[in-house]
Design a protein around this ligand. Structure first.
Ligand code: KG4
Ligand code: ZN
Length: 330
């Protein structure tokens, strides 16, 4: 009998529902919340309320697109954490209500774990063991993936995440939230002419908070000489910021590959949608003889498809959870 799972993702500001049949994503619907732009960042209370409003329409759309009736489902999967508590509570409670009313088992999924397994939504799939650089708005990790349900974090950020580095630098330039994709677009027309320092962090860990400070001081200095500095050089500034973030990420990934001797290498998470990172990762992979894996855009940023794919492997392993399960934020 086919395994059909409905998956819910509500960890931050995107409400997403997907239907997955035998590990294949039939639908992956996302409602983005634009209400946060005016505040320059995600406002947790606004996010939870928007999840509450969006959940039912997104769920109906996901079932309709997949051509699946809710009576055909075998399990309900949901993001348990990490994320914003209010946002998670909406998704977790909704999943519990749905599972109870349909008398279905529940599968809890770790959001970061799911970003990595997004690679199994498509072909070609990485072979175990592989390394995954998971870069999102809240996390930056190098993960050793031994099997679907066996992942070990080898290194991570000590402060800001890579996505935060993009968003906070963009904010300094006056870009809307989230600044990452806007900075990416502007960088395409610029050159990385402004040098920013690479932090000296031991092992496979990262740090991005110093970069934000050096960008701030750089801009202050330039603006004192020319108040139109940002406006006149926006493309080159964006290209320089993107270049340094990508360099920091790939240097550590290269180190991890050398230390582990693994040449199956993947990137995942919202920042893996960045064109500079995608191009530089491909180029480095060619140089180093890696087999590289980059998710399609719909599986980079937050989506329930990746939650469903992860749930599929948990279903096969018999990993279900009870109704007592509560969200976790970190
Ligand atoms: O994985 P994700 O959707 O949500 C979290 O789990 O945090 O990642 C969101 C992050 C944001 O910081 C956003 O600015 C960044 O991913 N992002 C990008 C791009 N697209 C999304 N950063 C740089 N370039 C992009 N094209
Ligand atoms: Zn995410």
């Amino acid at each position: 009998m086919p395994v059909t799972i409905l998956a819910i993702e509500s960890s931050c500001d995107d409400t997403s529902v997907a239907v997955i049949k035998d590990g294949v994503v039939l639908s992956n619907c996302v409602a983005n919340q634009e209400a946060h732009i005016q505040y320059g960042g995600v406002v947790p209370e606004v996010a939870s309320r928007a999840h509450q409003v969006n959940m039912v329409p997104v769920l109906e759309m996901a079932l309709k697109k997949a051509g699946i009736h809710k009576r055909e489902l075998q399990a309900i999967a949901f993001t348990r954490g990490p994320g914003l508590m209010g946002s998670l509570i909406v998704g977790v409670s909704f999943a519990k209500a749905l599972a109870l009313s349909l008398d279905l088992p529940m599968i809890e999924v770790n959001h970061m774990h799911a970003h990595v397994l997004a690679h199994f939504a498509e072909n070609p799939k990485p072979k175990f063991p592989f390394l995954c650089l998971t870069v999102s708005g809240g996390h930056t990790q190098i993960v050793l993936v031994r099997d679907f349900l066996d992942q070990e974090v080898l290194g991570q950020t000590l402060d800001d995440a890579a996505g935060e580095a993009f968003d906070k630098s963009g904010k300094l330039l006056g870009l809307d939230y989230p600044a990452g994709p806007i900075l990416d677009k502007l960088a395409r027309n610029g050159k990385p002419v402004y040098p920013f320092p690479i932090p000296n962090i031991e092992g496979l860990d990262f740090s991005f908070s110093g970069l934000k400070t050096s960008i701030l001081y750089f801009l202050k200095k330039q603006l004192a000489d020319n108040e139109n500095f940002i406006k006149e050089n926006i493309n080159d500034i964006c290209a320089s910021i993107q270049d340094i973030i990508v360099t920091i990420l790939l240097k550590k990934l290269q180190k991890a590959a050398k230390e582990t001797g693994i040449n199956e290498i993947a990137i995942a998470g919202g920042v893996s949608a960045n064109s500079g990172l995608r191009n530089a990762f491909e180029a480095l992979g060619k140089e180093e003889g890696w087999n590289t894996y980059i998710p399609a855009f719909q599986f980079c940023t937050d989506n329930a498809g990746m939650i469903g794919v992860t749930a599929h492997y948990k279903y096969l392993a018999g990993e279900f959870c009870t109704h007592e399960v509560a969200p976790y934020t970190r």
